[in-house]
Design a protein around this ligand. Structure first.
Ligand SMILES: [Zn+2]
Length: 572
């Protein structure tokens, strides 16, 4: 018998499998290695030891631990949630009397339960209610198979005010919790009602295939909104989720490519047609978070959505971010006005052909620019070069870059030198802070404990602004100048000049739930003060050695006294 569920889970799961479902692992002798998912690096210094069932990063961040610690860190969750996720994976049932159960039943966990129950409720409506059956018929006519409906757990939300919420309250959940799960709303008059009504429901899953949110497509209701989605909740944030990635991740790794589509139905249909390495961005342009997650599985992206390439468009920004992150991007060119779901439904071989003939992103930029402007007129040449030069300039590989310089010169009928000169003057926007190869001006390896504590404090203050009062002038002086500047702007209610840096800091504490910011800041401040004292103590002991060497008894006495006084100030 196992002494605890933790032990039982560890005995059933292999750390290589757990970590490997998030990170691309390579065999390295008896161990496995990877690029660390917790800090930015080029050389893989993240190791997983099957023998010890542990992981460790020997690079900048120095993190390490067991499979629970890994899941907590990579999912940004508490221990209880990691326990729950791994228990599910291992098929271990958690009982209420388990010592860990106190932390297990977190608020997050209640929301997971609500989402799962809601999903079952919607599924049942699709197969059993009269109008649900109509919705099912509509979906099958669009080409979605019964198997796919089951696999993706598609459902139907009845067109009534309190269908789901009545069901959930009868299961023992409070209205307040239903609202927190994004499934209910309170009207101004105080009445409570379902968010999803008269809609076909596509549940959204996290990487462990747990339901975290929903997308609802209007069906036979006169609601003008075609889609309604779960708002941001404790579990769901649309900028961090890729629809279908839980089902696609293994295929993406195997094929070393991810097909990105726009809609739920696109993802379902592609997967059904055998292109299982597919995920949908659903309603957002590619975000830094999504790219960070995708990076774990592959560097190759194939986009199959409407490419709005107008300057400054979100799609274009997303693509540029991905390129800057070292992704290879190909574009599937679809017939005008059609989406992947239509094409697959018509003839999946046509889709196969489109995927096979996908163009490189530069090739695609060239074709669209040359189609929009006339390469024979001076104005046309100017516009074409304006559009293409930044894209060419961003190519890191010189040979590849020169290939496109030649190509552009040829198309515009000018010399390569002219293109090079114009390119030298082309400004390219810097990438957001968290996208640079090194998120810090100093490499993480060089960051001292003091730097780390300073950042931690500011990130906590950003999470709970009230805590600013905990910092006195001394504390301020311990912080780096740029951290002080962030606090000053916060104090004066002013936007900070480097919004990206602030975001980067804010994110760190944001990821942690149930954090007592006050207490945490006090702990950090204490350590920071101790560091300062220790620095002074070191200084005194150096002087002391010198005084002893010089046999200066008087000075030795003074220094010993100073040392004692100061060491009494150390806070334990
Ligand atoms: Zn690391």
């Amino acid at each position: 018998m196992f002494s605890s569920p933790v032990e039982e889970i560890k005995s059933r799961l292999d750390i290589v499998e757990v970590v490997g479902s998030y990170v691309k692992l390579q065999k390295a002798g008896a161990n496995f290695r990877a690029v660390c998912p917790f800090h930015t690096e080029k050389q893989p210094s993240f190791f997983v030891s099957p023998a010890r069932q542990s992981w460790h990063c020997f690079g900048g961040c120095g993190e390490g631990g067991d499979m629970f610690k890994f899941v907590m860190k990579i999912e940004g969750v508490e221990f209880g949630d990691a326990l729950r996720a791994l228990a599910q994976k291992a098929g271990v049932e958690l009982k209420k009397q388990d010592p860990e159960s106190a932390v297990w039943r977190t608020e997050r966990n209640r929301l997971y339960e609500i989402c799962e129950l809601a999903c079952r409720f919607f599924e049942k409506q699709l197969t059993e209610s009269a109008i649900g059956k109509e919705a099912q018929k509509y979906l099958t006519e669009r080409g979605i198979s019964q198997e796919s409906l089951k696999k993706w757990r598609v459902g139907y939300a009845p067109d009534v005010w309190q269908g789901l919420s009545d069901f959930l309250t009868s299961c023992g959940y409070k209205k307040d919790e239903i609202q927190k799960a994004g499934l209910g709303l309170t009207s101004e008059k105080g009445s409570f009602f379902d968010r999803f009504r008269g809609r076909i429901i596509f549940p959204v899953f996290d990487l462990n295939s747990q339901v975290i949110g929903f997308g609802g497509r209007v069906f036979k209701s006169d609601d003008p909104a075609k889609y309604v989605n779960t708002p941001s909740t404790l579990l769901y944030d649309k900028s961090r989720v890729l629809y279908g990635l839980d089902k696609a991740k293994i295929e993406i790794r195997k094929k070393d490519a991810c097909i990105l589509v726009e809609g739920y139905v696109d993802a379902i249909m592609c997967s059904q047609a055998g292109f299982e390495n597919v995920a949908a961005v659903s309603g957002t342009a590619l975000t830094p978070f999504q790219l960070r997650i995708l990076k774990r599985y592959s560097n190759n992206l194939l986009t199959a959505f409407d490419m709005d390439l107008a300057g400054g468009s979100a799609t274009k920004r997303g693509i540029e971010m991905a390129r800057a992150q070292g992704f290879n991007i190909k574009v599937a060119v679809m017939p005008q006005g059609k989406d992947p779901a239509d094409i697959v439904a018509e003839d999946s071989r046509q889709w196969e052909k489109i995927v096979a003939e996908a163009k490189s992103i530069l090739q695609f930029f060239f074709e669209t620019a040359l189609a929009r402007f006339d390469a024979k007129t001076p104005e046309g040449k100017r516009e074409i070069s304006r559009e293409l030069l930044p894209a060419i300039k961003r190519i890191p590989n010189k040979i590849e870059r020169f290939h496109w310089v030649q190509e552009l010169a040829r198309k515009l009928g000018v010399t390569e030198q002219v293109v090079e000169e114009e390119m030298a003057q082309t400004k390219i926007e810097p990438q957001p802070y968290y996208f640079l190869e090194e998120p810090h001006p100093q490499s993480p390896a060089k960051r001292t404990r003091k730097d780390i504590l300073g950042e931690r404090i500011v990130s906590l203050v950003l999470k709970d602004k009230q805590t600013l009062e905990l910092l006195n002038e001394n504390h301020y002086n311990y912080l780096e100048a740029r951290l002080r500047a962030v606090l000053d702007d916060l104090k004066n209610n002013q936007p900070h000049a480097h919004a990206e840096f602030v975001n980067y800091l804010a994110l760190q504490a944001e990821m942690e739930e149930g954090l007592d910011c006050r207490q945490e800041i006090q702990t950090c401040l204490k350590e920071l003060e101790n560091l300062e004292i220790k620095k002074k103590l070191d200084d005194i002991s150096r002087k002391l050695k010198a005084a002893e060497y010089e046999k200066d008894a008087g000075r030795v006495d003074v220094l010993i006294k100073e040392f004692h006084q100061l060491s009494n100030k150390l806070i334990i």
